[in-house]
Design a protein around this ligand. Sequence first.
Ligand code: SAM
Length: 223
Amino acid sequence: MEEEITYPYINSYLSKILKYSDPLLNEMEEYAAKNHIPIVQPESARILSVICNISKPKRILEVGTAIGYSSIILSNSMHKNGIIDTIELDEDMAERAREYIVRAGLDRKIRILQGDAAEVLQCLSTPYDFIFLDAAKGQYIEFLPFCLRLLNPGGVFVTDNVLYKGMVAKDGIVKHKHRTIIVNLREYLQSLCQNPDLNTSIVPVGDGIAICVKNEDKKENFT
Ligand code: SAM
């Protein structure tokens, strides 16, 4: 059964009071809604922004750009000299993100890496202080070792949609079309929670967000 992960009236209230009033972000929200592009939900966007604000990362990696909405939000909270590398598979989507990022005046701070994260992640080697994973949910488990390898000690790792409309936490029968995603997400969350080098929390807002901090004393890279 597909459903929201908290009470709809709470979601609706939070969405309203946490909504950004920036005209460009509002235009992007409208474009995303009209074109069925799944950008981060307002409650989750705010958590992302607050965590970024606290940790003030200089180097951010995002996996899953879409139209650049969350990249722009992150750029407003990162270190003043911060940069963002963001990976997007879809060429048209990357082009649309480029247009919005230029309009936001952020093209010197946000670099779009157009390609399949499964390949792009293998080519990156300079570590990041903050990683936001928000691409195909079924592939999170595949991307995890690369993300952990690229995360600095003390770095923050945020993943969106980890409860997938509540289905990840539900016992019982799962519709066939969702089965692989759910099995993979459960394995993904187990891996995060059991990893002794991560301090992990899972927050049931939006579609579920996992927030991890990599231990400061973790010097060698994960493989
Ligand atoms: N982070 C964006 C935001 O909140 O504004 C939303 C990202 S949307 C949920 C997921 C994006 O990941 C889609 O645009 C999709 O094309 C992209 N994507 C899916 N699989 C990918 C892959 N293997 N490599 C790179 N991007 C991928």
